[in-house]
Ligand binder design. Sequence first.
Ligand code: PLP
Length: 504
Amino acid sequence: MRQALPTDELLRSAFADAQAMGDLPRYRVLYEAVRRAIFSQALIPGARLPSTRELARDLGLSRNTVLSTFEALLAEGYIVARTGSGTFVAHAAGAPPKGRGRRTAADVARAAALPARSSPEELSKRGLRLARFQGGRRLEILPMCGPEADFTLFPMKQWQRLQSRQLRHGHLQLLDYATQGGFMPLRRAIADYLRTSRAVRVEVEQVVLTAGTQHSLDLCAQLLADVGDTVWIEDPGYWGARCIFESCDLKIEPVGVDDEGMNPERAPRGSRPRLIYVTPSNQYPMGVPMSLARRRLLLQIAARERAWIIEDDYDSELRYSGRPLASLQGLDAGQRVVYVGTFSKVLYPGIKIGYMVVPASLAEPFNSALYDLQRPGQLTVQAALADFIERGYFVTHIRRLRQAYAERRELLVEALRPQLGRLAQVTSQPAGLHLAIGLPEQCDDRHVAALAARSGTTVRALSEYFIGPALARGLVVGFGYTPPDKLITHGRLLAQTLKTAVRN
Ligand SMILES: Cc1ncc(COP(=O)(O)O)c(C=O)c1O
């Protein structure tokens, strides 16, 4: 291979290009220039570099600058120094591009310039699917007043104190990776909480801490199913779960939902699930609880098929009337349910701490795979959270949230009241952080959502949450993280939109 340009000319041009990268120290500019020229093979393996003195003079740099650059390049193996004969581009520093002949000076100059942008064709097929899905943008239930969420209900002062207490005490062990399923006192606190408030059958060893529900679902999909296995998911259902299962190349089978939750009779005939993903406490996004009969039926199916049920109990703390519902896991004598919970709804979304209660036989495999796949950490946050629960702040906070959100939901329903009745109805139970509103079959709910957006109110069209044909029309309206005054204003605006859109 021959070099297209003399080395000194090439370095001058690469240095000028690297200067265009912005405000970098001079040694860094030179480092980038030489590194890129080597990487792109504008400077070929074995090429002799000018002496540091010559290069400094040529580029108007101090000799120390050039010396530090050469030291870094030597340490990283881009160049080698041979005593008495000079400095050369290392032979292992770049592999020649296959199938190419000699490169022109223009090729060289282009390759030595700024990094190439990757184009979508370079994504894997899975990557392309994931990038095109755009679930968050289309389907995430946002506060109806817009994307600016209001977090003022969160007890920030208490939380700050507990976090800084952990850091102040400086338990050095908390700086390590989280082994063994996470911080033990937090696992214990979660087990105690779930036993008493969610009727979950749990020993502390079964609790696995994760980085939230998405992470838990990913682990379930990877550890409990193989490529091509069937997963039943609710239709309409949670797009986040669908996205994870698709990314693991599982076969998605949407199963219709009615006012008792997922209805297995609507599954394709002869379908044999390996995983069954459900939100029994508060079906997402319809907001109905699963009936006892359905819970029993699903457990029977799981036992018969040796399938795993994944119970996503994402917001069950937030029920505003009636008794709290017991978990599906608590009814299961057959150890076929993985219970998945999160602190995203009851504390704040960005905390990204979730947990799973796995059947006892899965605890060890889940923990060791979690460690190998992820090297989990965040022990200081986990420790602060354990403190938060043990001191009773968690229960107090949930009580406050319940009260505040019961009132806010009521404010929204009141604001919508003039339009509720024959044409639009609240179909979700008093729970969670969103309202599901049913609209007549012939109504184009996407059009209604678009109209609402024009008046500054964010709502989602129910039909968007279906994987199969959209069998219901409606709106999904987030009242979480929205202050009361804004709920009233936007509730009234939405009522106006419904009035014009639905009657026409
Ligand atoms: C159905 C459902 N499950 C779980 C979650 C929480 O996910 P994570 O714990 O990954 O934040 C959400 C959040 O919106 C959700 O809608």
